[in-house]
Design a binder for this molecule. Structure first.
Ligand code: BES
Ligand code: MN
Ligand code: ZN
Length: 508
């Protein structure tokens, strides 16, 4: 994909489609808010855009689309108008969805080149933020996963090869960093989506480690993938217990980005649940939706995707990623309900349901972060509980955090990249449900508040670190096709983590 600025006059833009974002203002009636570029297009088309608005045919709602053929009045063959919603409420998420829907729509018509032109000069968001959101949205919108299907007449569905950002020469230097961020963020998210969309016979723990190592090589990150003997040495009884029923060997992936010379309080450790397939184990899941459990490594994918964006953008901060990865399979050698496992920090867990495997592998990874890395700030990401899907659905991810500052950082970083997090409780009274009579902790607290009791288990392994746990069980996968995105993996959390790290690097 070729993405660059163009300073052509809007009449001379020669792309297959020119995408124009239009917001509205409302005082009684709705009035269109046209950028300079949109006004020039409107003039060339004899007031057509104004007419579409005043007739009520186009309202300007977020991601609403109308295509206008220019019939030689402009160099571009068609103009795609896309709504940005209410001007004073303009948010990165609305811009992303609008440009995502437009780019996706244009791609489906077989177009190869598009131009984006519609920075709103008079809006509550600065031009940098608008530019980043527009490019990011377009790149996220054209994502497809068709590598296992025979190519149809339009190839693999990724027909767009060039995006021109139309802006005057004087703005290019100012908007360049926003473009670079958008490209890194979108590529990282699409890489995350690829990992999650891959079938579980391809994306085994070994293959997940291979793909992480390729990223590490490309960006010169330190990389290690611990194997069984090292896990045994470290006493990772949770990860080893879960992997016991699988023929596929487990891995413990470590990636390190060093952007600052010395260690500091700013440094951050990211941690992702990497269950490449979750059958439930001996406590087998029902068949109906089991195939979706190929996505049970979405936390791992988000963390590796975040490392991609961080390594590409090179902020002045140190970041470590830890990924425990294994399958959860039933079988003659599988771990059982009733077993007691000892986690790396010495605490024991009474197994009551082998389907609650995520907290066990995360417990070892958190222990590793605290004991081996002396981590002071940890964020883990996991498709941890079905209860999270019930609580917040696919709109917001659940966030549990033992530190108000870190919680605010996550919510704000999410807002800037268009991802929503809702803070959930860690009240100590919830810990009563995970009391065990035979071990230090019982593995599950049953159905009531299951996302919370799962988080309370993780809390046993974070030591004194500032810690946040993101439960993305409901947000990592979309069953329905959206105008701005294919169904399947969403790539959620990769950008929020990367954005948080970039912001932290700049803070003092
Ligand atoms: N991977 C699942 C959670 C999940 C469910 C993710 C649905 C995405 C969609 C996890 O390992 C699991 O099975 N959790 C159980 C735990 C229970 C047995 C205590 C759950 O939440 O139902
Ligand atoms: Mn499970
Ligand atoms: Zn799971």
């Amino acid at each position: 994909m070729d993405i660059k600025f163009s300073n052509l006059a809007i009449q001379d833009v020669a792309s297959d489609a020119l995408v124009l974002g239009v917001a509205y203002r409302q005082t009684g009636e709705r009035f269109p808010v046209l950028s300079q570029a949109a006004r020039a297009v409107d003039d060339a088309l004899g007031g057509l855009l104004q007419e579409l608005f005043s007739s009520g045919e186009f309202k300007g709602d977020v991601a609403e689309l109308t295509t206008v053929h220019t019939m030689g009045k402009l160099t571009t063959r068609r103009v795609v108008l896309v709504g940005l919603g209410k001007q004073e409420r303009l948010q990165p998420l609305a811009i992303q969805r609008a440009y995502g829907a437009a780019a996706r729509h244009v791609q489906q018509t077989g177009a190869h080149t598009i131009a984006l032109a519609s920075l709103l000069e008079d809006a509550p968001l600065d031009l940098e933020t608008q530019t980043q959101a527009a490019i990011e949205g377009a790149l996220l919108g054209v994502y497809t996963f068709k590598k296992y299907q025979q190519a149809d007449a339009r190839g693999n569905g990724r027909s767009i090869t060039r995006i021109d950002i139309v802006a005057s020469n004087s703005l290019h230097a100012r908007l360049e960093p926003a473009m670079r961020r958008a490209i890194a963020f979108a590529e990282a998210t699409n890489f995350t989506r690829d990992l999650v969309n891959e079938p579980p016979n391809v994306l085994t723990p070994t293959e997940l480690a291979n793909r992480a190592s390729l990223i590490a090589k490309q960006f010169h990150l330190d990389f290690e993938a611990l194997e069984r003997p090292q896990m045994q040495e470290l006493g990772m009884g949770g990860l080893l217990g879960v992997s016991q029923g699988s023929e596929e060997p487990a891995r413990f992936i470590i990636m390190r980005y060093r952007g600052a010379p010395a260690r500091s309080e700013k440094d951050i450790t990211l941690l992702g649940k990497g269950i490449t397939f979750d059958t439930g184990g001996i406590s087998l899941k029902p068949a109906e939706n089991m195939h979706k459990m190929k996505g049970d490594m979405a936390g791992a994918a988000a963390v590796i995707g975040a490392m991609y964006a961080i390594a590409a953008l090179k902020p002045a901060i140190n970041v470590t990623a830890l990924v425990p990865t294994t399958e959860n399979m039933p079988g003659g050698t599988a771990y059982r309900p009733g077993d007691i496992l000892r986690i790396m920090n010495g605490k024991t867990i009474e197994i009551v349901n082998t389907d609650a495997e995520g907290r066990l592998v995360l417990a070892d990874a958190l222990s590793y972060a605290v004991l081996k890395e002396q981590a002071t700030t940890i964020i883990d990401v996991a498709t941890l509980t079905g209860g999270m899907v019930i609580a917040l659905g696919s709109v917001m991810s659940g966030m549990f955090c033992n530190n108000d500052g870190l919680s605010a950082e996550i919510i704000e970083a999410g807002q800037r990249v268009g991802e929503k997090f809702w803070r959930m409780p860690l009240d100590d009274e919830y810990a009563e449900a995970i009391h065990s009579d035979v071990a230090d902790i019982k593995q599950t607290g049953g159905r009531p508040a299951s996302p919370v009791t799962a988080a309370k288990i993780l809390e046993h392994f974070v030591g004194d670190a500032r810690w946040a746990h993101l439960d993305i069980a409901g947000t990592n996968f979309s069953d329905s096709r959206k105008p701005y995105a294919e169904n399947g993996a969403t790539g959620v959390a990769a950008r929020t983590l990367a954005e948080l790290v970039l912001k932290r690097a700049k803070s003092v």
